[in-house]
Every structure is written in structure tokens, then in C-alpha cells.
Design a binder for this molecule. Sequence first.
Ligand code: PXP
Length: 259
Amino acid sequence: MKLGINIDHIAVLREAREVNNPNLIDAVSICERAKADQITIHLREDRRHIQDKDVEDIINHSILPINLECAIETSIIEIVSKMQPHRATLVPEKRQEVTTEGGLSIELNNQKLTDAISNLQENEIEVSLFIDPTNDAVSNAKALGVEWIELHTGSYSNIWAMLYSNLPKSNHIVKELNLPRATLKQMLKDELIRIEDAANLAYSLGLKVAAGHGLNYQNTPLIAKIESIEELNIGQTIIARSIFTGLERAILDIKELLR
Ligand code: PXP
């Protein structure tokens, strides 16, 4: 199982003071030292954390492949095509959201996606689509000719959080509160099956399969067991732990769980 480290949250801390500290290139070096497999960053339209210059600097300095998440807006796709990361992961983006809520709606965005994918692929960038773990979404992604899909594990993580930790403040996926524990346990099992089925279908269709969102040191092992998933992209929990343990230790701890 490969591990992509999402370092957006380091940029969140930096942007809070508009200084160059913590430095993202230092973070990339630590990810390399800890033997992460990939750096994942999200160039949001509102530039709330990663800036255009960061993307350029990280691509120039990193020996790890760069997975650049971005919206399917023409202006952003143009920038990504020029910067030439190894992979572009197309994600839905809403301005007011705290984080990426749910996967891409392929049916609603078919033409935009077709244009964005061909632009990126012409520039020799692998394309991944961040989708909900459903067989329909997988088949639609396959039809668009992408190399990768990334399955959104946010729903799984939210159900897990309702069962085993405090409810996330913005619980946008599991809307009904105060569900009985037995119901939540069944929901968690069902969601895991949904993820595994979607991953298996994608794998059987020849797609490479990543997963991510809301994964943490407790809920990752069950996802890591799914053999058709090749890579996990994990951010917030690693950066949060790194405040206490340092980034290298936090990465090594999560790598231990992926074994
Ligand atoms: N994968 C994708 C496509 C994402 O948008 C995000 C969040 O930026 C992640 C993975 C990582 O999510 P988290 O920070 O919750 O680990």
C-alpha cells in the first residue's frame, strides 16, 4: 500500500500568519526521509492554503511524485497543465466548504471533465477522479479514459467518528444524529463493503485505485486491508499528530499501520 502525504494543512498554518513558516519544502524533505511515496497538494480556487508558487517550488524540489488535486475549472486546469505534476486528481470544490465534501458528479460534469482530462493527458499528466465509492461512479470514470480513481472515504470516516470518537463538527455526510450504535455499526460495515466493491470493480476494469479523506490512526487499518486499493492519501491526521511527535515520526506511525 502506497502512502501519499497531503501537506495542505502545513500551508494552512503558514497562511494564518502570512509568513514562510512552516516551510513546505522542509516538509517535502521530511516526507522523503520518512519514505512516503507521494506528495499530495490541493491548489484550491480560493487559494486558501497552497499557492501557485508552492506548486512550482514543490514540483522543482521534490524527488517524490506530485499528486495535484484541483477543480475542473478551465483557469485551474490551464495552470496545472503548465506545471506538469505527475498526476492531477480532479475534485469537486465548493467555496464555503471546510474540506472536499463528496465525490465528483461525473454525469453532471461530463463535458467539462472530458475537456479537462484531454487537456491534462495531452500534457502527459496522469488523471485521477475523486469519486464516491459506487459502482456507477467507477464505470463512469472508466468511460472517461482516466488512469486512476480515488475513492472518497469521508462517509466511512464520519460513521466511524460517530461510533468511536466525537462527532466531527461539520458532519455533512451522516446527517442523522443520535442513531443507535447497532445501526451505526451496520452502516460502517455496509460502507466498507461499498468501498471494497467499488475498488474491486475499478481494479477489474484496469483502473489504479487510491482512497482517502478523513482517514486517521484508528480507522485506516480496515481500509488498508482492501487489496485492490493501491494507495492512500492522508493529510489532516498526520499533520495534527506531527505537532506533538514531529512530522517524520507521524509518517512512520501511519506507515506502520499500512503494513
Ligand atoms: N484525498 C483527496 C482527494 C482530498 O481532497 C483530501 C483532502 O484534501 C485527502 C485525500 C486527504 O484528506 P484528509 O486531510 O482528511 O486526510
